[in-house]
Design a protein around this ligand. Structure first.
Ligand code: GRF
Length: 215
């Protein structure tokens, strides 16, 4: 964000397909509140890197396999992010656990999208676990990132009904379509200054978020 470019610069971290990244790119209109300033992947082959390149967005790879420990990976990643001077960092299908030092550096300006109705099903294989547990509703959440894995304050959620005949793939696909609406909405709110984190509490339009906003 500068005087000549009032849009908030967002750095997006990915590991894979990048369909949520694509949704962010597509929703970032010229006069919108944010722009995707850079995309960083921990996997050199992540297809999302090509999406960014096609949109003319700078990309970087910080390959976690080239680091002997998490702290040195985190440090290299954090340096690379800061070089882009973002106002917000978005984890969009970023599949590495980040350490406490890293998280504290970006706390209050880092969001993650997770494919479940948190606090239900943190971690992996959320769609399978939702089906196995027999819940009638499933969905996705966007939350501020804290040291607790998938445990930071939830800002907003999108919900889908679980059908008795759903396969894991069918349920995942239905949730993903909704993620593509949810994530740009929350990022736009943040960029417009409507969403903040203060002392571990998330606020929307200045009021504490006591239950997740529904998108
Ligand atoms: C999404 O379901 C996201 O919620 C999860 O990983 C998936 C990434 O998909 N964290 P994509 O790479 O954005 O297509």
């Amino acid at each position: 964000m500068t005087a000549s470019d009032p849009a908030l610069a967002v750095v997006v971290l990915i590991s894979g397909t990048g369909s949520n990244l694509q949704a962010l790119i597509d929703a970032a209109t010229a006069d919108g509140p944010y722009r995707v300033g850079a995309v960083i992947s921990n996997r050199p082959a992540a297809p999302g890197l090509q999406r960014a390149a096609t949109a003319g967005i700078p990309t970087r790879v910080i390959d976690h396999t080239q680091f002997t420990d998490r702290a040195s990976f985190d440090s290299a990643l954090s340096k690379q992010i800061m070089a882009f001077e973002p106002g917000l960092v978005v984890l969009a299908g970023f599949m590495r656990v980040l350490g406490g030092d890293f998280v504290s550096r970006f706390v209050g300006r880092m969001l993650n999208i997770h494919p479940s109705l948190l606090p239900a099903f943190p971690g992996l294989h959320t769609h399978r676990r939702a089906l196995e547990s027999g819940v009638s509703e499933h969905g996705a959440s966007v939350h501020f990132v804290t040291e607790q894995l998938d445990g930071g304050p939830v800002v907003a959620q999108t919900r889908v009904a679980v059908n008795a005949t759903d396969t894991e793939e069918q349920l995942a696909a239905r949730v993903l379509v909704r993620e593509h609406l949810l994530l740009p909405q929350v990022v736009s709110w943040f960029a417009a200054g409507r969403l903040t984190l203060n002392d571990g509490q998330a606020y929307f339009n200045g009021s504490p978020i006591t239950s997740p906003l529904q998108c």
